[in-house]
Design a protein. Structure first.
Length: 607
């Protein structure tokens, strides 16, 4: 179903990105892992209603309820489990009926929910069997009322599975004094477009006859430590408190023996001071000097002290003791010098930098500053020079037979190499070679000669016998061979080294005969694997045309204008192996003395 698909898609995106921008004006998207996103930190609510202006993402630090009875077929956790959730808690103090409505602050938002009975059960071990109501009904084609969902007195249903529509309300809960219930509210986002994470909701318990109330007031739990002076203090409350109960001028608190609180803010509270928070920040001006202080609540300029979600007031008798620690810090500075690079504590540095390591005392204040000045001096300037000769090099009275390197090093004032004069000793053993094609010609063949050397740049000086070669300075040459002879070529390298290459070329007498086998076995054993013409000489001829046909007249092989014509038993134009049996061929050969041979016949492929 579309809703299940959107849930799976969103969970994958959340796992990859970890953040999701608020997509609609007015939505306040909270960071991941808020305390109230875990069941054991559920917001304890009371009275007739509760409003959250926040948009939640993720499942908190614990995935408390991955599956509910509303899961779609297949039981996928993403079908109807915890997703972008906030948890509420009801502690029943007198028996009665529980009904409620959940109304999105924006009509396009789609809120899902589940009610869990945790009476006598740990909040850290929830299962689908503890769920007494769950509703994952779709909010489609939104109207001002289509996104409203909850419990009422008329419905007989106890669950609405993921993906269905038109089942907004479920049956009431008959609660008994002493029971405890958790309400998981999933912020699925816009059911109409699915493109953001919603804009908060209101849950209204009007019509309920059961009473649930939190009579425990909030307390001052802790205050952060300050070192040297305090411009602010972060106060942790014992539970969530209303942002609207925090006086922005800080008048809800006072400091003894002295101190001037100039402002107070609540974490996550918006600009309109809506929402709830468990963390407050007090700002001091002037900063508090080192010493011991007591923080006490009082009735502020807003005519109340701090209030929890059930309007229980922070007791005026409550207090917190905190200390601003004096400065007893000591700084140790060390200079460490490296040339080109420096390895310090296993890390390689190629540029100068400053490392600072701060050690804290038992009070958590900085007490010792270790400062390490990493000074890395530049790599030395390098001047390179080539010293080369043929076969041997004599440099500074030493004879070198192979390549080598001599380095003169000049130091800076810091002891680092600042200038390097590098002499590259290059001993060139120039070697020239010449090859012929064809390597075993017959008298009258046109022979190509190719030179090669072990250095990239060389120049040919002469070819011998000079009468055969009109292009004396070319690296490659050619001639008509009339008899067996020795060819010699002389060349000089760029360094001036000279070498001579010789090649004896034996010229055979042409025997213009061609023989064709009548069978072959292309089985890869190295014996008669190909069908080809056999000649007495290795050159002096050209196969003008060689064609093979199967018994249906289909051409299976052809070669033209080559000395290397052979059929390996495969169709030349298909990825196909020829079958065993008889094939027909004709071959047309021309020899350099003008003799021609035309043969046709058959050949058999055998295993």
């Amino acid at each position: 179903m579309m809703k299940n698909f959107m849930r799976i898609l969103y969970l994958l995106l959340t796992a990859l990105l970890f953040t999701y921008p608020a997509g609609r004006a007015g939505a306040q998207l909270l960071p991941l892992n808020q305390p109230e996103q875990d069941a054991c930190n559920a917001l304890i609510i009371c009275g007739n209603g509760f409003t959250s202006p926040y948009s939640y993402q993720g499942n908190g630090l614990v995935s408390d309820l991955p599956v509910t009875p509303c899961s779609s077929s297949g039981g996928l956790p993403s079908g109807a489990g915890e997703s972008n959730a906030v948890w509420l808690r009801l502690n029943i103090i007198s028996s009665g009926v529980i009904v409620f409505t959940i109304t999105p602050l924006n009509v396009t938002d789609d809120y899902d929910w589940a009610v869990v009975n945790i009476t006598g059960k740990s909040c850290s071990n929830l299962s689908a069997g503890d769920v007494v109501r769950c509703n994952f009904n779709n909010n489609q084609n939104p109207t001002p009322t289509s996104g409203i969902t909850g419990l009422n007195m008329t419905s007989l249903e106890t669950s609405a599975a993921a993906g269905i529509t038109g089942h907004n309300f479920l049956r009431r809960i008959d609660a008994v004094a002493g029971q405890s219930y958790l309400i998981m509210i999933n912020n699925f986002g816009s059911g109409f477009s699915g493109n953001d994470l919603g804009s908060g909701f209101t849950i209204d318990f009007s019509g309920s006859t059961a009473a649930f109330n939190d009579q425990v007031p909030p307390r001052l739990q802790s205050v952060n430590k300050a070192c040297f002076q305090a411009t602010s203090a972060t106060i942790q409350m014992s539970e969530q408190v209303k942002c609207s109960s925090i006086a922005s001028d800080g008048s809800d608190f006072r400091v003894f023996p002295s101190g001037n609180i100039v402002s107070a803010t609540g974490m996550n509270c918006n600009s309109s001071n809506q929402g709830y928070t468990s963390t407050l920040q007090l700002n001091f001006n002037p900063p508090l000097p080192p010493g011991d202080y007591v923080l006490k609540p009082r009735v502020g300029s807003d005519n109340n002290t701090i209030l929890d979600l059930c309007d229980n007031a922070l007791p005026l008798t409550d207090s917190l003791v905190f200390r601003v620690y004096p400065d007893h810090s000591v700084t140790h500075t060390v200079d460490t010098i490296g040339c080109g690079a420096l390895v310090y504590h296993g890390v390689t540095y190629t540029q100068s930098t400053v490392l600072r390591d701060t050690l804290r005392n038992q009070a958590g204040c900085d007490s010792i500053y270790n400062v390490v000045n990493i000074k890395v001096y530049n790599e030395p300037e390098v001047f390179e020079e080539l010293v080369g000769d043929c076969d041997t090099v004599i440099f500074r009275g030493k004879m070198y037979f192979e390549n080598d390197k001599v380095v003169d090093t000049f130091k800076s004032q810091q002891g680092c190499d600042s200038f390097l004069h590098v002499y590259h000793i290059y001993v060139e053993h120039f070697q020239l070679s010449v090859t012929a094609d064809p390597p075993e010609p017959v008298i009258g063949d046109y022979v190509h000669l190719y030179t090669q050397a072990n250095v990239p740049d060389y120049q040919v000086n002469a070819w011998h016998p000079a009468a055969l070669f009109g292009r004396q300075l070319d690296k490659d040459n050619a001639f008509f061979i009339g008899r067996s002879d020795t060819v010699k070529v002389i060349a000089t390298s760029a360094l001036g080294c000279v070498d001579t290459a010789e090649l004896y070329i034996r010229a055979d007498t042409l025997v213009p005969v061609v023989v064709m086998p009548n069978a072959f076995s292309p089985n890869g054993d190295g014996l008669n694997d190909v069908f080809e013409p056999r000649f007495v000489n290795k050159s002096g001829y050209v196969v003008k045309s060689f064609r093979v046909f199967n018994r249906w007249g289909e051409l299976v092989y052809k070669a033209e204008g080559t000395r290397k014509a052979s059929w390996n038993g495969n169709y030349y134009n298909k990825d196909k192996v020829a079958d065993l049996g008889t094939y027909f061929y004709y071959i047309d050969v021309a020899f350099i003395d003008g003799t021609k041979a035309f043969i046709k016949g058959d050949v058999t492929i055998v295993p």
